[in-house]
Design a protein around this ligand. Structure first.
Ligand code: CTP
Ligand code: MG
Length: 226
């Protein structure tokens, strides 16, 4: 059984609007609805859990679940940090779950190829991150001064989904909380328990809607897809 946890319980502060960015529309449809739809339509997904803010539950049910007639979506409540939201989501998984996909609600352009390939590789390798080779040269900067230039050939930008065996990801999260450790993605928690993680190609379209300019980029991606 393959389950996805979609995290949508952030505030979207960098978007600078007075609503959670998940509810902003791209071509007349809310960002989080695009994201849920990508998994809802995929034949390899058996369970969908969406982590939302407790105070947005009515809004989410009304504007997303009921409006788009998404059936069998489970709701978990978000926490203070993204990691806390996922931890809550993990506790809601069906006990028959084998593979867990973790995905940002704010990445609406994930597609079937990425979902299917990440599940397939996770079944064999236990842990998978989807990402893309970086195009820019990346600098390590401290107080305005360049300290290092890592070889670009080895640098990838991590996206989601990040996909794991159920036992592995729950163990990684439990250990992180025992050690009071917070990572910036899920893979870091799994790397910390000594598990090798495989990187596979995501797509340059699989962007995270983060700041205002991403809205028009997102609408352009949707237009080109049609
Ligand atoms: N997220 C979450 N719970 C949190 C924080 C973030 O579920 N406590 C989710 C967001 O809803 C988003 C994803 O994690 O889908 C990636 O986070 P990010 O892009 O940083 O979204 P926000 O935290 O909402 O935005 P910002 O950091 O600009 O406030
Ligand atoms: Mg954030």
């Amino acid at each position: 059984m393959n389950s996805v946890i979609i995290v949508a319980a952030g505030s979207g502060k960098r978007m600078n609007m007075d609503i959670n960015k998940q509810f902003i529309k791209l071509n007349k449809k809310e960002i989080v609805a695009h994201t849920i739809d990508a998994f809802y339509k995929n034949d390899n997904i058996d369970e969908i859990i969406v982590c939302i803010k407790r105070e947005e539950e009515e809004l989410f049910k009304d504007k997303i679940i009921n409006k788009y007639k998404f059936n069998n979506i489970k709701i978990a409540y978000g926490g203070k940090e993204r990691q806390d939201s996922i931890y809550n989501g993990l506790k809601c998984l069906d006990n028959k779950c084998d593979i867990v996909l973790i995905h940002d609600g704010a990445r609406p352009f994930v597609d079937d190829r990425i979902i299917n390939e990440s599940i397939e590789v996770a079944k064999e390798k236990r842990a998978v991150v989807v990402g893309t080779p970086v195009k820019d040269t990346i600098k390590v900067v401290l107080n305005g001064s360049i300290k290092d230039t890592p070889n670009r050939v080895n640098l990838w930008a991590a996206q989601t989904p990040q996909v794991f065996e159920y036992k592995l990801i729950t163990k990684a999260y439990e250990e992180a909380y025992e050690n009071n450790y917070y990572g910036t993605d899920d893979s870091m928690l799994v790397e910390n328990i000594g598990q090798e993680v495989t990187m596979i190609m995501g797509s340059y379209d699989n962007i995270k809607i983060t700041s205002p300019e991403d809205i028009s980029i997102g609408e352009q991606i949707l237009r080109l897809r049609k």
